[in-house]
Design a protein around this ligand. Structure first.
Ligand code: SAH
Ligand code: SF4
Length: 386
């Protein structure tokens, strides 16, 4: 590695004492820039990216493609990979796992987020078969958090009760995925893994970091954006930005509709008073779709509140009038403490589904996963009881 002595000086950039910076989250280009700044050839940045995002190494010391002196210097300078780590795992009887994820260097309480692993998919986002024969799962879905807590305050959601603690960085969002892929030794490109950005938080209120994470996952980790779905409560400026994203890095879109009209939606989702259904749909219509791509409308069934037959007919009309190629994903409300809501009866769920189908609106029922470990939709609140 030819290096002039002068370049070493520029490597010792003035770092404050105790400086400790995660490399995880920087793309190959930024890593190369950093290493060039350090007097190293640019390809060292690509090697670093390869090690973190393809080989899933989590310590600089393990990166055998980098010369030992460089590894030591990076570490001495305070750099570390700093990938988010699974600090606790809770296993459900149905195979679902819920993880508490700890972020490098935060060292503070209330700084964990949650990520969920669902073998066999979740019934709502799933499609074809996989070729895997060696694992006890043939496909899986990872549910990813974008913020710690959430500011949107949907009345039926447990995450809302945390309030917004903070945005996650791109590295912290993508790192959840890599930590879980690593845990399950997933063979990217060969085994079928779907990502849903439906964990804690509102991705479109942390738009830049969310999309930077998607780009890392697509360009560096090698996952396909067609197998990613982002769910939003209907943040119109976010949907408008999303419409501008190039298709090669744009996940699929799901909208949390959750109610048949503005009156009910405004009650259960206060955000509807800012961006009512018509404005959300107008923004969604500006998203250029891939051939055969559909928009998903998620619909949480709250007993007595949103689960009646007249609601189903109204949803069918609303979806039809939107003119969007769409499907409805029904989610029976998952209960939590201190809610005035009740679960819908299984009969109400089935009837709602049938009514939509009869109106020729494609609809699926999302099977609740990991309820026993508080891993199901809307239950993510860092519950430590397993
Ligand atoms: N903030 C985003 C994504 C995370 S919430 C959004 O709201 O879309 C993911 C899904 O879980 C949303 O469709 C939301 O309506 C649903 N959800 C929230 N709380 C729920 C609960 N207690 N039971 C069932 N679904 C719930
Ligand atoms: Fe936030 Fe989504 Fe929960 Fe609403 S449903 S409070 S947007 S996480």
């Amino acid at each position: 590695m030819p290096k002039k002595p002068g370049q070493l000086v520029s490597f010792d950039l003035k770092r404050p004492p105790g400086f400790s910076e995660p490399l995880f989250g920087l793309d190959a280009e930024s890593l190369s820039k950093l290493l060039v700044e350090a007097g190293e050839p640019a390809f060292r940045g690509d090697q670093l990216a390869e090690a973190m995002y393809r080989q899933w190494l989590s310590e600089i010391a393990e990166i055998s493609t980098l010369p030992l002196p460089l590894r030591s210097r990076l570490a001495a300078e305070g750099w570390r990979i700093g990938r988010p780590a699974i600090s606790r795992a809770f296993q459900s009887v149905d195979g679902t796992e819920r993880y508490l994820i700890e972020f490098a260097g935060t060292g503070q309480k209330n700084q964990t987020a949650e990520t969920v692993w669902m073998p066999e998919g979740d019934g709502g986002e799933a499609s074809e078969e996989s070729d895997s024969e060696t694992k006890d799962w043939s496909r899986a879905t990872i549910c990813v958090s974008s913020q710690i807590g959430c500011a949107v305050n949907c009345q039926f959601c447990l995450t809302a009760k945390l309030g917004l603690q903070r945005n996650l960085t791109a590295g912290e969002i993508a790192g959840q995925v890599v930590a879980v892929l690593d845990r399950h030794a997933v063979r990217v490109g060969r085994e079928r893994v779907n990502l849903v950005f439906m964990g804690m938080g509102e991705p479109f209120l942390n738009y830049d970091n969310f999309m930077a994470a998607v780009r890392l996952l697509v360009c560096e980790v090698g996952l396909s954006p067609r197998r990613m779905t982002v769910s939003t409560s209907g943040i119109v400026p976010g949907i408008e930005r999303f419409a501008e994203e190039p298709l090669d890095v744009r996940p699929r879109l799901a909208i949390s509709l959750n109610a048949p009209n503005d009156a009910i939606r405004g009650e259960i989702m206060p955000i509807n008073r800012k961006w009512p259904i018509s404005e959300v749909i107008a923004a969604v219509r500006r998203v250029p779709l891939r051939p055969r791509e559909r928009i998903t409308f998620e619909y949480v069934l709250l007993g007595g509140v949103t689960d009646r037959p007249e609601h189903a007919r109204e949803v069918a009309r609303l979806v039809r009038r939107s003119g969007l190629p769409a499907k409805v994903n029904l989610i029976a409300w998952n209960p939590g403490p201190d809610f005035a809501y009740s679960m819908p009866s299984p009969e109400a769920v089935a009837a709602f589904h049938q009514l939509l189908m009869r109106e020729e609106i494609p609809a699926t029922i999302r099977q609740p996963r990991g309820r026993d470990i508080f891993a199901a939709c809307g239950q993510l609140k860092r519950t430590v009881e397993g």
